[in-house]
Design a protein around this ligand. Structure first.
Ligand code: NI
Ligand code: MN
Length: 227
């Protein structure tokens, strides 16, 4: 299968039968390698309610008819905007025709800022694990480091982990390298960096630290990895 990085936390996982679109922040993303009207996913997977993750999810769902698989409160909020949604919550698996999915914990927040600056909370943020075609993919969403990442890695060997390294709002390079130790994935693609000047701009420190423990594949937006 193939993972293509679209910039920030967005990407496409293409299997023989499906196209999963993660956290489709494309419009307004200065590093996006594709525009929202060019993607045609069979499923959209969203980790939390922040605008740099929900992005164009509603519009894409309406255009192509793909379900947004996400956590309960966020699914309801997106559903009210006319998107097709499938609600789950942390820890529980659900079997789909392509395999199964579950949401994991993530230490972060999940809200949208309404007019006037008031945050509307949209439940708890999440990471997500997908089992499909004999492979396991973990997208950590936005998160701080947490030691229960060990449990995610122990449940099934992770073929590809997508980990934020940008610091400020999520793990930085050092904590993300520690996350690699906990998760023990076969390969890692660092995400959520370089998008804005406030984030870590270069994956080099992460590559050096995590490269001792796993295969690290920093991708430019638009680049892919096959595994
Ligand atoms: Ni966030
Ligand atoms: Mn974010």
């Amino acid at each position: 299968m193939k993972f293509t990085y679209f910039g920030h936390a967005a990407g496409y996982l293409e299997t023989s039968s499906e196209r999963f679109l993660f956290d489709p922040f494309l419009t307004g993303n200065p590093k996006a390698s594709i525009t929202a009207d060019k993607v045609a996913p069979s499923y959209i997977v969203v980790t939390h309610g922040h605008s740099d993750h929900v992005g164009d999810a509603v519009e894409i769902s309406k255009r192509v008819g793909a379900s947004i698989i996400t956590t309960f409160e966020l699914a309801n909020w997106l559903d009210a905007q006319g998107a097709k949604t499938f609600a789950m919550n942390h820890g529980g698996w659900f079997g789909f025709p392509f395999g199964k999915i579950r949401f994991t914990i993530a230490f972060h927040s999940s809200s949208v800022i309404e007019e006037g600056g008031r945050p509307l909370y949209l439940g708890e943020p999440a990471g997500v694990v997908i089992h499909t075609e004999g492979k396991t993919i973990y997208h950590a969403g936005d998160t701080a480091l947490f030691s229960d990442m060990r449990l995610i890695g122990e449940d099934a060997p992770i073929d590809l982990a997508l980990l934020p390294i940008g610091d400020l709002f999520t793990m930085g390079p050092k904590d993300a390298a520690k996350a690699v130790e906990f998760l023990a994935p076969k390969r890692v693609v660092p995400i959520h960096y370089g998008t804005f000047p406030v984030l870590v701009s270069d994956p080099k420190e992460f590559v050096v630290l995590a490269g001792k423990k796993t295969d690290v594949h920093p991708l430019m937006p638009g680049e892919s990895i096959e595994f």
